[in-house]
Design a protein around this ligand. Structure first.
Ligand code: ADP
Length: 267
């Protein structure tokens, strides 16, 4: 079992990624896809006159402030557009892809962050009315059943709260929980860089291999959203996934290269 997370950063080549995935699936490889949608949500929310607001918490993690209007735009973009078009692309490549969000069949349950403590211009603030969640449970049995019936699940990063609210969840961390729930051997995270760099953006400082212990230190040199990927990798290993690979989604064979160990292999 492989879980593949496809990033939404510019440059990622969905054609070659889907071609690689289709080739592996036709050979009998079980695969679950998880995608993001951050970059496109920013664009479309700006076009809709509701530009994104990013906030940084006390420990330095950055996240999207998701008020109700933002949540609805996030759902429209991730579940409506990105998920559907990824399924379209996979179907065209001969894969019987099945798109769903974490709300469908209660696939992903999350705890809503009732209040987020942020630091803005050196001041501490508390934001409420945020529809962001932290995943607590993924229904691995549902995914296994879909795969056993010949379908390839494609998951949009939305989850369900205990009160039945839709929540925006981080796609990298969602992929980590999905990988744990389906007992994946590998979690492949494709983005628009060759892997984790010690000294970003100097590609000569690419880290080819990282141990679980090395991950702690990696949080410190990963910037911005890369921090979430490192956190996701650590969570996946904690959930029993043997290997997490950060690799380049822009190449001619992104998934095959990643599985061959190109990128940053964390184990
Ligand atoms: P995606 O949308 O694919 O999930 P993100 O934009 O969220 O991707 O995260 C990938 C980005 O993280 C890269 O494009 C790069 O700009 C940034 N980044 C920050 N620190 C590092 C680092 N140490 N190594 C590699 N990339 C990094």
């Amino acid at each position: 079992m492989i879980v593949l997370k496809i990033g939404g950063a510019s440059g990622v080549n969905l054609d070659t990624i889907c071609a690689d995935a289709a080739g592996l699936i036709s050979q009998g490889q079980a695969l679950v896809l998880v995608h993001g949608g951050s970059a496109e949500t920013n664009e479309i929310s700006t076009l809709l006159g509701h530009p994104p607001r990013f906030v940084t918490n006390e420990t330095g993690f950055t996240s999207r402030y998701t008020d109700r209007a933002t949540l609805e735009i996030f759902a429209m973009v991730t579940a409506g557009k990105i998920n559907t078009l990824l399924v379209e692309r996979l179907q065209r490549a001969g894969v019987n892809a099945f798109g769903l969000t974490g709300l469908d069949g209660r696939l992903m349950l999350a705890q809503r962050k009732e209040a987020i403590r942020i630091v803005e211009n050196g001041r501490k603030l508390v934001l409420r009315d945020d529809y962001t969640g932290k995943i607590e449970q993924v229904n691995g049995a549902l995914l296994t059943r879909l795969i056993e019936s010949g379908l390839t699940p494609v998951i949009a990063p939305l989850a369900l709260s205990a009160r039945g609210e839709a929540l925006n969840v981080d796609a990298d961390r969602a992929a980590a929980y999905v990988a744990g729930a389906v007992k994946a051997e590998k979690l492949v995270i494709l983005t628009n860089v060759p892997g984790l760099m010690r000294n970003f953006p100097d590609e000569s400082t690419l880290i080819p291999h990282l141990s679980k212990a090395g991950l702690e230190q990696a949080i410190s040199f990963a910037e911005g959203r890369m921090k979430k990927k490192v956190l996701g990798a650590s969570e996946a290993l904690g959930l029993g996934v043997a290997q997490v690979i950060f690799a380049d989604g822009r190449t001619a064979h992104p998934l095959l290269d990643a599985l061959a160990g190109k990128g940053t292999v964390i184990s």
